[in-house]
Structure formats: structure tokens, C-alpha cells
Design a binder for this molecule. Structure first.
Ligand SMILES: Cc1cc2nc3c(=O)[nH]c(=O)nc-3n(C[C@H](O)[C@H](O)[C@H](O)COP(=O)(O)OP(=O)(O)OC[C@H]3O[C@@H](n4cnc5c(N)ncnc54)[C@H](O)[C@@H]3O)c2cc1C
Length: 441
């Protein structure tokens, strides 16, 4: 049988894509390497903003949610400064397995077919287009093939098809764009509903340590570090010292994973294939949060596939709408935040302490930036303070360059080009990325 759509990976991105294409009447096959009852069971911080869930109309059942997160604190390396954001019900802490099962059910109830325990290994390419996938049935090691008009790579950070299509697509993930994460779920008591983030370039180089309450009795505690920096478990032990409530706690679950933190894949489509979720680099490059954006990207991908189906063509130009719409809605913010990531990863603890204590980037500024507004600096204020500590002059000028480049990145991705104008746009994108490294790192 030939399907209209084959979706590889039934995580948040794949399940939502499949749900929407099936709902639109397209024959949809969803394949995952995991058995059905394990789909969704991923090592994660488990925090999702309610805004993302509302945006795509999801209302997970209460058993898939541990509790709410009412505030977020970002703590400086010297522990002396904090950014605090509070908003009632800012987010929820989900049970990834139960949430994943809920998403899978939505896809199946919409009419998608599901095949479990099949690891896809390669795209099938004919006449310069992807026309299906091949893989291995993990139950009996037999080879399998599925044919379809369009294939969606929603295989997460593995990017199983993206890596095989490297001659045709933007697939590079540099070491500084690869977060290696380690996390534990521990029993605890005595915490409020605050998501705490600790920045420290010695113990979590290029990343951060997190503590997220999972309801009253559990905590999700983890660390992300830049690939090839330090062993995340070493840094993790240092941060644990800040939490006396975890001293004698029981470890309920332990695991690790990879988070791709870079600007969006551009374009995230080729002939007969769409890359969505972590596979298409839809993660927030600063927080590493990718559940909400994967869900939104999945919906946008499905809408673009339905339009391509109506046109009767699945070539790159016909699927182009996905990259246009995704970047207009979310990608431009993450492209801008990627520039901030490049600058932040290269700062010392002393510089971060200064940025946070001087007020040059206030918490209101930070909130605006993360919600997509332009980055501004309280320059005069910081300038006066910098006079007192002359060594920070160069940092102020670096921050000015950061503002300029991150705003340029935002504009560039917001105005994602048409298919025919792409070549010139890509040159600008590469130049901007190189400049960000040259001027900020
Ligand atoms: C330690 C850690 C902490 C994180 N914390 C947070 C957080 O608190 N909040 C947040 O928003 N994001 C967080 N993230 C990121 C988030 O987990 C991802 O962005 C999100 O899961 C991406 O969804 P996805 O559907 O693209 O991929 P995934 O959720 O990874 O799903 C991919 C699916 O594809 C399947 N698959 C993979 N390879 C194959 C194959 N070859 N054949 C068939 N199927 C395959 C997998 O089994 C899986 O079901 C974290 C990530 C890590 C590693």
C-alpha cells in the first residue's frame, strides 16, 4: 500500500503531524521504534508552557500532569543575582509517558495507522525525491519498506532521515549546538512551584542546571552542557549541593539525552520530505525547551502537507510553505535567540554576574526577548556602572553588537524567502551566523 503521508517517530512532533494529516483525510502511517506502550517515554525536564498547549488546543488529561509551575528563577553563577518571572500557571510539569500516550491516542483516534517497534534506517530515493522509507522490524529483525507521497522525519534529535539526506539538506549540528543532558527524578518534599535555573560556566559550560518541581513529592533535576566540554554528571554533583532537600532523597529515574540547540533548519523540506521537531531543529536554543514548539511545528507541517496534497506535488517548492509559516510564527524568535546563545556560551562567570547584577539586561528585557520582541539594553545605566569597573567596557560594546545581530537574525527569518529567492537568503544567513561567532564568541 502507498500512503499519502508516512511519519517517522511518534513523539510530540510526529503524533501531532499525523493527527492533523489523518484528520484532513490523508492516509497516514505513523511508525515508531518503540513498542506502543512505551511511546512518549523520553528522558526530559518535562516542563511545557501552557501558552504552547493552548495555542494548538491541547488539554492533556489530569493524570498526564504532575502539577503547575508558577514561577521561573534564573540564578547567576555567584548566586547573588536572580531574574524572577512569575505568572500563575506559567507552565505544567508533565508525565512524558502519559502525555506521549495521550498524543498517540489523538493521532490514532483521528485515523492514523500506527506501526510499533520498527526502526527506520533510510529514506528510499527515486528520481531525486524521497518516496518512502526502509527499516528493521525490531520484533523479528526482518527488513521493512513503506512507500508514501511524503515522508515526515519526526525522529527527534536522532534525525535519522536528515542525516542520510545530508547531500540535499541543511543538516549540520556543531558541537556548540549540541547539549548533552543528564537528569534524575528524585523524591523530595519541601519545595514550591518554582522552576530554578542555575548558570555556571565551570559546572555547566554552555548550558545550565535545572530543578523543576513535579507536584509535591518529586523533583526533576538535571543539567545540560555543551558537547565535548565536561561530563555532565560531574557538574551535576556540584549543583546538587545547593539543594539540601535532595540530600537523602531517593533516585526514581535516571537518564541522559541530546538536545539540538541551533537556529531552525532552513529550509526544513526537500523533495518528498519534511523535517519537524528536534529533527528540524525547532528547539528554543536558550532554554532547550522543544516540546511546545514541536507540537506547533507538527501542526504547521500537517497544514503545509495538506496544501501540497491539494496541489498534487510534493517537491520541495510545493512543501516550502512549512518553512515559511514556521519561521513566521516561531522560527524567527529562535533564530534571534540562537545569536544570544552564541554570545552567552562564550561569557565567563564574572561577565554573567556583571550582566545580571548591573541591570544592563533587566528581567523585563529578557522576558520580551524570549517572547519575540526586540532586545534592548539599559545602556546608560550600565555604562555608569561600568565606569566604576572599567574592565567591563568591552562587554558593553559586545552586548551592543549582540543586540544588532540578534535583531538582524530575527528579521531575516521572519522574512523567510520564497523558493526562488532562497539562494541569496541562505548566503545572508551563513554570513550572519559566521559574524555572530566572530563578534560574540
Ligand atoms: C534531558 C532533556 C531534558 C529536556 N527538557 C525539556 C523540557 O523541560 N521542556 C521541553 O519543552 N523540552 C525539553 N527537552 C527537549 C524535548 O524533549 C524535545 O524537544 C522534544 O521531545 C522533541 O519532540 P520530537 O517529537 O521532535 O522528538 P522526540 O520526543 O524525541 O520523539 C522522537 C520519536 O521518534 C522515535 N524514533 C527515533 N528514531 C527512530 C527511528 N529510527 N525509527 C522510528 N522511530 C524513531 C522515538 O522513539 C520517539 O518516539 C529536553 C530534552 C532532553 C534530552
Amino acid at each position: 500500500m502507498k500512503y499519502d503521508v508516512i511519519v517517522v517517530g511518534a513523539g510530540p512532533a510526529g503524533a501531532i503531524t499525523a493527527m492533523h494529516t489523518a484528520k484532513s483525510g490523508l492516509s497516514t502511517l505513523l511508525v515508531d521504534k518503540e513498542p506502543k506502550n512505551k511511546v512518549g517515554d523520553k528522558v526530559c525536564g518535562n516542563a511545557v508552557s501552557l501558552q504552547h498547549l493552548k495555542e494548538i488546543g491541547l488539554n492533556p488529561p489530569s493524570e498526564a500532569v504532575y502539577g503547575t509551575i508558577d514561577s521561573i528563577e534564573i540564578i547567576s553563577p555567584d548566586l547573588k543575582s536572580k531574574y524572577c518571572f512569575s505568572a500563575e500557571d506559567a507552565g505544567v510539569e508533565i508525565d512524558r509517558l502519559k502525555f506521549g500516550q495521550y498524543l498517540l491516542k489523538l493521532a490514532l483516534d483521528s485515523g492514523a495507522n500506527f506501526i510499533e517497534s520498527v526502526a527506520i534506517t533510510s529514506p528510499i530515493i527515486e528520481n531525486n525525491a524521497v518516496v518512502g522509507v526502509s527499516g528493521i522490524n525490531l520484533k523479528d529483525s526482518s527488513k521493512v519498506e513503506f512507500k508514501g507521497n511524503v515522508v515526515v522525519d519526526a525522529s527527534g534529535a536522532a534525525g535519522v532521515l536528515r542525516k542520510k539526506l545530508h547531500n540535499y539538506v541543511d543538516d549540520i549540528l556543531d558541537d556548540d549546538e549540541t547539549m548533552v543532558a543528564f537528569r534524575e527524578i528524585r523524591t523530595t518534599s519541601n519545595h514550591n512551584k518554582t522552576f530554578k535555573i542555575f548558570i555556571n560556566q565551570q559546572f555547566s559550560p554552555g548550558g545550565y542546571f535545572w530543578y523543576v518541581p513535579m507536584g509535591e513529592t518529586l523533583a526533576n533535576v538535571g543539567i545540560g552542557v555543551r558537547k565535548n566540554s565536561i561530563d555532565p554528571r560531574v557538574g551535576y554533583k556540584e549543583f546538587l549541593k545547593f539543594f539540601p532537600n535532595l540530600k537523602d532523597s531517593k533516585v526514581v529515574h535516571v537518564g541522559s539525552g541530546i538536545v539540538p540547540v541551533r537556529r531552525p533548519m532552513a529550509p526544513a523540506v526537500w523533495n518528498g520530505v519534511v523535517f519537524v521537531g528536534d529533527s528540524g531543529f525547532t528547539v528554543d536554543p536558550i532554554t532547550g525547551g522543544g516540546i511546545g514548539s514541536s507540537l506547533e511545528a507538527g501542526k504547521i507541517a500537517a497544514e503545509s502537507i495538506v496544501k501540497a496534497h491539494e496541489r498534487g506535488s510534493f517537491l520541495q517548492d510545493s512543501l516550502w510553505d512549512f518553512s515559511l509559516s514556521y519561521n513566521k510564527k516561531i522560527g524567527h524568535k529562535y533564530a534571534s535567540l540562537d545569536v544570544v546563545r552564541i554570545a552567552l556560551q562564550a561569557r565567563t562567570n564574572e561577565e554573567i554576574n556583571f550582566i545580571m547584577s548591573s541591570g544592563i539586561v533587566s528581567q523585563d528585557d529578557l522576558l520580551k526577548v524570549t517572547s519575540g520582541e526586540e532586545l534592548r539594553l539599559n545602556f546608560l545605566d550600565a555604562f555608569m556602572r561600568a565606569i566604576a569597573g572599567v574592565r567591563h567596557f568591552s562587554l558593553l560594546f559586545l552586548l551592543l553588537r549582540l543586540v544588532k545581530l540578534s535583531n538582524e537574525a530575527k528579521t531575516l527569518y521572519y522574512n523567510f524567502p520564497t523558493f526562488s529567492e532562497f539562494k541569496a537568503w541562505k548566503e545572508k544567513d551563513l554570513k550572519l551566523h559566521k559574524e555572530a561567532h566572530r563578534q560574540l564568541a
